[in-house]
Design a protein around this ligand. Structure first.
Ligand code: NAD
Length: 379
């Protein structure tokens, strides 16, 4: 009897945990060793879209927490970028170095197929395009595929372009002039996104201070700066927070805005592509106290998601660039709304997304939200 009560309690706990989500699917295939969780948070705006992460989670609970949090984030990201997609995400429990096999990803593809278009997925941390070429054998509900398979190509290009529009919007808001020249930018990370942003800024004649752990990337950008007659300043990775600059551009890893780094900052704004820059959300108030404007990362880095979503209509670069341009007006609106309502830019961004979701919910929908999208690619 006690046992029954205990198991009832457990069931209730799980349902409480997923109460904000539409659907959570546990995928268990002993033959291939697949253990995965697919979470669909909200399909108000369209089928769920989100990457698949592979990670050796220490427990199923940790994997579930991660997939619930990430899929909810995708609902906001899609709404913010005005995409007709909802929020979803998948996690595969396993070590990406040792536990991968073609059979595992084919099996995962079959689970995705079984959702019949309610969930579209692709690469994320721990998964690669090669993995998804296996999944593609079982399902077409995959996005972010190589150009050779009809995909939209390297997402870091639209992501970097989006960062440039976000920088322009920030300059417009702070200095009433969207030009990039005449300002100093501190860039953390010269990877796929940061390097492109840096090159664009150098070409525009801006002053740039950079840091990266990768010496090759530093050498390459130094050469480009020299060629353009606009040399970059290089600093050590722990020095980037305290340099004198107008805007800090984090393009490396998350959690870099924390109790140690925020006191060092002297910039007027933070506008970067890195995901989850704030170690925890309430730190935004410390930025506010220092009069530092924070551009919410999921607004700034939407270019990649725009490209992945666009691919499902048949990849079209021009359409991706046009949509990426809207990051300028969207961010400006968030800055203005935050000032008007005396709220943080993060709250203003979240409110904007919730409004989009509410409007769609209140609209007359003559078709089921769960209809198969008529633009399903490869048909
Ligand atoms: P990347 O791995 O290509 O580049 C990251 C760079 O940061 C590397 O050059 C690395 O050496 C450097 N780096 C790491 N730690 C550092 C440190 N402590 N100090 C200085 N440099 C450091 O990644 P990316 O694709 O350019 O993405 C950058 C960020 O933007 C990531 O947080 C990513 O999640 C986010 N993002 C990327 C895309 C995309 O399309 N690539 C889209 C959305 C968000």
């Amino acid at each position: 009897m006690e046992q029954l009560e205990k198991s009832k309690m457990k069931k209730k706990d799980i349902f409480e945990k997923i109460s904000g989500h539409e659907q959570v699917m546990f995928c268990n295939d002993p033959k291939s060793g697949l253990k995965a969780i697919i979470a669909i948070h909200d399909t108000t705006l369209g089928p769920a879209l989100g990457g698949t992460r592979m990670y050796p989670y220490e427990s199923v609970e940790a994997a579930l927490d991660d997939v619930l949090r990430l899929s909810e984030g995708m609902t906001y990201k899609c709404a913010a970028a005005d995409l007709d997609f909802g929020g979803g995400k998948a996690v595969i429990i396993g070590d990406p170095q040792t536990d991968k096999s073609p059979a595992l990803f084919r099996s995962f593809g079959q689970y995705v197929e079984s959702l019949n278009g309610r969930f579209y997925t692709g690469t994320d941390m721990g998964t690669t395009m090669d993995d998804f070429v296996q999944a593609l054998k079982e399902t077409n509900f995959i996005s972010g595929i190589p150009e050779a398979y009809g995909g939209g190509g390297d997402t870091s290009i639209p992501t970097a372009i989006g960062v440039i529009y976000a920088l322009k919007a920030t300059n417009k808001y702070l200095f009433d002039n969207d030009a990039l020249t005449g300002k100093t930018y501190a860039i953390q990370g010269l990877g796929k996104v940061g390097f492109k942003v840096c090159k664009h800024l150098l070409k525009d004649g801006a002053n740039v201070i950079v840091t990266d752990l990768n010496e090759q990337a530093i050498k390459e950008i130094e050469q480009i700066g020299k060629k353009l007659g606009n040399p970059v300043t290089v600093v050590k990775s722990n020095e980037i927070y305290s340099v004198e600059a107008d805007i800090f551009i984090p393009c490396a890893m998350g959690g870099i805005l924390n109790k140690d780094t925020i006191p060092q900052l002297t910039v007027r704004a933070i506008v970067g592509s890195a995901n989850n820059q704030l170690k925890y959300e309430s730190l935004i108030h410390e930025l506010h106290q220092k009069n530092i404007l924070y551009a919410p990362d999921y607004i700034v880095n939407a270019g990649g998601l725009i490209s992945v979503a666009d691919e499902l209509y048949g990849a079209n670069q021009e359409r991706v660039l046009n949509k990426t341009k809207t990051i300028f007006s969207s961010l400006l609106e968030i800055y203005e709304q935050a000032a008007l309502e005396s709220i943080s830019t993060l709250e203003a961004a979240d409110r904007k997304c919730l409004k989009t979701l509410e409007e769609q919910k209140n609209r007359n929908n003559f078709f089921s939200r769960f209809k198969k999208p008529k633009w399903h690619f490869n048909e």
